[in-house]
Design a protein around this ligand. Structure first.
Ligand code: FAD
Length: 435
C-alpha cells in the first residue's frame, strides 16, 4: 500500500465501489459519509451486466448478489390493452457472460459498506462527516473540508479527492459554481416495494402503459417457495400537465398512497391489479424525475466527480448505479496507469465525461422507454398488432442502439478485456515524478 491517500466524499454505491477498487490496486483511501448511521435506504435498482462483471472482479460472488436481489430474465414493454410492445431476454439469457441483477439499493449499499470495513478497515468510512468543499494547495495535494456531526470541522490532506456525494454534490457545486439548478422534466414517480406474486418469467422487468402514464415493476428478491411471493419493486409514473419547477417537493419523500393512487385506480387486468400492488407497500416515496445538465468536465486538477455527482440521470435506462460502479473501475484503471496523480483523473474524464453526458440527454428522451413515444406518435398508443405499428427489426435496432450507448452492448462487453486486469496494482513508475 503506498502513502498517497485518496479522499472520497460520499459512501453511496459509487464511493464504496471506489474504495474497494483503490484497496484492490494498493492505494490508501478514506471515505467521508454525511449520514450518522448507515441504513439500507431506497428501493429497487438494476445492475447491468457491465456492472455485475466489475462486482465479480472485485471478489463478490453470485451467492452474495442472490442475497440482495435476483438475476433479471426479461425486459418487457406492455401497452395499456395488455398487448406486448416489445420484450427481450436479459442477462445470461440474452447471451451476456454476466447476469443482470435487480437488487434492493439499500442492501447493495450495506453489502459494499461491510466489505469496505472488512477489507480496508473499520475506520475506512467516517460517518457523520459531511464534505463542504475543497482547497487546492501548491504542493500537489488537496485539502478536503469536512463538517462533523459533533459540530467540529476539519481539513484532510490527500493526493486526490473523489466527489461521489450524489446528485446534490457539494464537490460539484464548488467545481461548477454556475451550474444550473436541478433539472426536472415534469414527470413524477412514486416508488415502493410490495410482497406479491411475480408474473411472466418470474423475474421480468415490465413497463406497462404509455410514454406519459405508466407503471414499472420487477422482483428484487427470489420467490419465497412457501408463500409464492417475492419483493416486487414498483414505480408509478405520471407526466404532470403544465409542470413547473416549483412543484418539486423533494427527493425520496415519504407520502401516503392516497396522494396519487387515483391516477391508477382502474389499472386492473386479470393478470395484474396495480392499485392492490401499490396499496401493499409499507412505505411509498415520491420522487420527481430529475437529473442535472451535463458539464464540460468532471475534473478540477486533483479533484474528480464520480457517480451521480458527475452524471445524475433519469432512471429510464436503469443504469445510474451501474455507471457509478463502472466509473470507479475506470478511475482505478487510470490510477494503475498514471499513479495517484491528477493525470489519472484527466484520463478518466477523457474516457467518460463526453459519452456519459450524451447518455444523460438521451435518457431525457426516455432512454429505452422511447419505444413508447414511437408507438404513441404512430397510433396514439392503441394497437392490436404491434408489428404493423413498429416492425420487429425497428424495435430490436432501437434497443440495441440504447445498449451500445449505455456501454452494455452484448458482443462488445463479452469481448472486452477486464477494465482492471487481475492482480493489477498502482504502477511503480507512476511514483516517479515527471521529468
Ligand atoms: C438515500 C438514497 C436512496 C436512494 N434510493 C434509490 C432507489 O430506490 N432507486 C434508485 O434508482 N436510486 C436510488 N438512489 C440513487 C442511486 O443510489 C444512485 O443514482 C446511484 O446508486 C449512484 O450512486 P452514487 O453513489 O453516485 O450516489 P448516491 O447513491 O446518491 O450516494 C451518495 C452518498 O453520498 C452521501 N453524501 C451526500 N452529500 C455528501 C457530502 N457533502 N459529504 C459526504 N457524504 C455525502 C449520501 O449520504 C450518500 O450516501 C438513492 C440515493 C440515496 C442517497
Amino acid at each position: 500500500m503506498r502513502d498517497d491517500l485518496v479522499v472520497i466524499a460520499g459512501g453511496g454505491i459509487g464511493g464504496l465501489a471506489t474504495a474497494l477498487t483503490l484497496h484492490q490496486i494498493g492505494v490508501r483511501c478514506l471515505v467521508f459519509e454525511g449520514v450518522r448511521e448507515m441504513r439500507p435506504l431506497g428501493v429497487g435498482i438494476n445492475l447491468q451486466p457491465n456492472a455485475v462483471r466489475e462486482l465479480y472482479d472485485l471478489g463478490f460472488t453470485e451467492a452474495q448478489l442472490d442475497e440482495i436481489g435476483i438475476p433479471a430474465r426479461e425486459w418487457a414493454l406492455v401497452g395499456l390493452n395488455g398487448n406486448d410492445v416489445y420484450s427481450e431476454p436479459r442477462g445470461r439469457l440474452a447471451g451476456y457472460r454476466w447476469p443482470q441483477y435487480a437488487v434492493h439499493r439499500g442492501q447493495l449499499q450495506m453489502l459494499l459498506y461491510e466489505e469496505v470495513r472488512r477489507r480496508v478497515g473499520s475506520q475506512a468510512v467516517q460517518l457523520g462527516a459531511r464534505v463542504t468543499g475543497y482547497r487546492k494547495t501548491s504542493d500537489e495535494t488537496v485539502m478536503t473540508l469536512v463538517a462533523h456531526a459533533d459540530g467540529t470541522t476539519s481539513a484532510m490532506a490527500g493526493s486526490l479527492l473523489v466527489g461521489a456525494d450524489g446528485i446534490h454534490s457539494a464537490v460539484r457545486a464548488q467545481m461548477h459554481p454556475r451550474q444550473p439548478p436541478i433539472h426536472w422534466g415534469g414527470k413524477m414517480m412514486w416508488r415502493g416495494v410490495t410482497w406479491a406474486k411475480p408474473i411472466r418469467t418470474g423475474s421480468s422487468f415490465v413497463g406497462l402503459g404509455t410514454h406519459e402514464h405508466r407503471v414499472v415493476f420487477y422482483p428484487i428478491s427470489h420467490t419465497n417457495p412457501r408463500t409464492g411471493l417475492a419483493m416486487i419493486n414498483w414505480i408509478a409514473e405520471v407526466t404532470l400537465p403544465n409542470a413547473d419547477e416549483s412543484q418539486l417537493s423533494g427527493w425520496f419523500r415519504q407520502v401516503p398512497v392516497d396522494s396519487f393512487l387515483q391516477n391508477f385506480a382502474d389499472w386492473k387486468w386479470g393478470w395484474l391489479d396495480v392499485p392492490e400492488l401499490i396499496r401493499g407497500a409499507n412505505f411509498v416515496f415520491e420522487n420527481p424525475m430529475i437529473d442535472r445538465d451535463p458539464v464540460g468536465t468532471w475534473v478540477d486538477g486533483p479533484v474528480g466527480l464520480l457517480g451521480d455527482a458527475a452524471h445524475a440521470m433519469y432512471p429510464t435506462g436503469s443504469n445510474g448505479a451501474s455507471q457509478a460502479i463502472v466509473d470507479a473501475r475506470i478511475l482505478g484503471a487510470a490510477i494503475c496507469e498514471h499513479g495517484v496523480r491528477p493525470e489519472a483523473l484527466t484520463q478518466y474524464d477523457a474516457t467518460l465525461c463526453g459519452p456519459i453526458s450524451k447518455l444523460i440527454l438521451r435518457n431525457r428522451s426516455e432512454g429505452p422507454f422511447g419505444l413508447l413515444n414511437i408507438v404513441d406518435e404512430r397510433c396514439g398508443g392503441v394497437f392490436e398488432d404491434i408489428d404493423s405499428v413498429v416492425p420487429p427489426a425497428e424495435r430490436a435496432a432501437f434497443m440495441a442502439d440504447y445498449r451500445a450507448a449505455a456501454g452494455f452492448a452484448i458482443h462488445t462487453l463479452n469481448a472486452a478485456p477486464a477494465i482492471i486486469r487481475p492482480g493489477a496494482r498502482v504502477a511503480d513508475r507512476a511514483l516517479q515524478p515527471a521529468l
